[in-house]
Design a protein around this ligand. Structure first.
Ligand SMILES: C[S@@+](CC[C@H](N)C(=O)[O-])C[C@H]1O[C@@H](n2cnc3c(N)ncnc32)[C@H](O)[C@@H]1O
Length: 251
């Protein structure tokens, strides 16, 4: 499919170019820990589970959730990204599972207990830290009793961060680093997840460096990644990669 002609939205949509390419930014592979969770914790066929993908971009995580049977609300400020999500969902016969919403994550309602999956793959770092804390608490409160949460943020290890150690790195910086304004400190996301008011149980937490070849010239990121469930919920999770899962041949 050919890219759409540029419109006025290019002036207000920071990610317009990234999502307008044939080779759409961030690719189609979902976040790895999210994919691992979906492959292990399957929904009953009849289930009508709700998910919300905050800062959904061009929809790589939205599509994985939809394919796993969730009804997904994809929220983003990029109109072009949301158009690509709708196209991709239709192409994969998943349109009935996806609703796109052009909105600021700071201005939407988060009904309490409403979502079985809350995803925020690099959006809490795109808003000021005070707002990120408010949105984070709303996200946690909106999880159902059997809900799970996946969050990814850029950290101060990122070479685009103005703070140490990232600012001492000579690794190349992302073309879209200008959109990241709130780099998380070491352990910051972990501390938010273990705070009593979050009411979460951590399945996986990691801080890491990664090389990114999914958009623009190759570059490095510092990231923190969190996979958690509502505290008290114990789904059949065997880790990423799965360690000692039950054999497929077991009776
Ligand atoms: C780095 S991209 C990640 C996209 C997608 N989650 C992924 O991982 O492929 C960050 C996305 O967050 C969106 N975003 C930034 N601030 C936002 C806000 N306040 N409300 C909604 N979306 C926002 C951007 O438009 C962009 O699509």
């Amino acid at each position: 499919m050919s890219p759409s002609p540029q419109t006025d939205s290019t002036e207000t949509d920071f990610f317009y170019d990234a999502y307008n390419r044939d080779d759409i930014a961030y690719g189609l592979d979902p976040s790895a820990a999210l994919a691992a969770y979906l492959s292990q914790v399957k929904l009953p066929r009849s289930s009508k589970r709700r998910a919300i993908d905050l800062g959904a971009g061009a929809g790589r995580d939205t599509l994985a959730l939809a394919a796993a049977g969730y009804n997904v609300e994809s929220v983003d400020l990029s109109e072009r990204g949301l158009t690509r999500i709708a196209e991709r969902a239709a192409h994969r016969d998943l349109a009935d599972h996806v609703t796109t919403r052009l909105a600021d994550v700071r201005k939407i309602d988060f009904p309490a207990g409403a979502y079985d999956a809350v995803i925020a793959t690099t959006v809490l770092d795109h808003i000021p830290s005070d707002d990120a804390e408010t949105v984070w608490q709303r996200m946690c409160d909106s999880l159902s009793e059997t809900g799970f949460l996946y969050v990814q943020v850029h950290t101060t290890e990122d070479p685009g961060s103005g703070c140490p150690p990232g600012n001492t790195s000579s690794a190349p910086v992302s073309e879209t680093a200008g959109a990241v304004i709130n780099y998380f400190r070491p352990n910051q996301l972990a501390a938010m997840a273990v705070a009593a008011e979050a009411k979460l149980r951590i399945l996986r937490y990691e801080e890491r460096l990664e090389w990114d070849y999914t958009h623009g010239p190759e570059h490095q990121h510092g990231k923190a990644v969190l996979l958690a469930v509502r505290s008290g919920y114990h789904p059949p999770w065997y880790g990423q990669p799965a360690a000692f899962p039950r054999s497929e041949n077991a009776s």
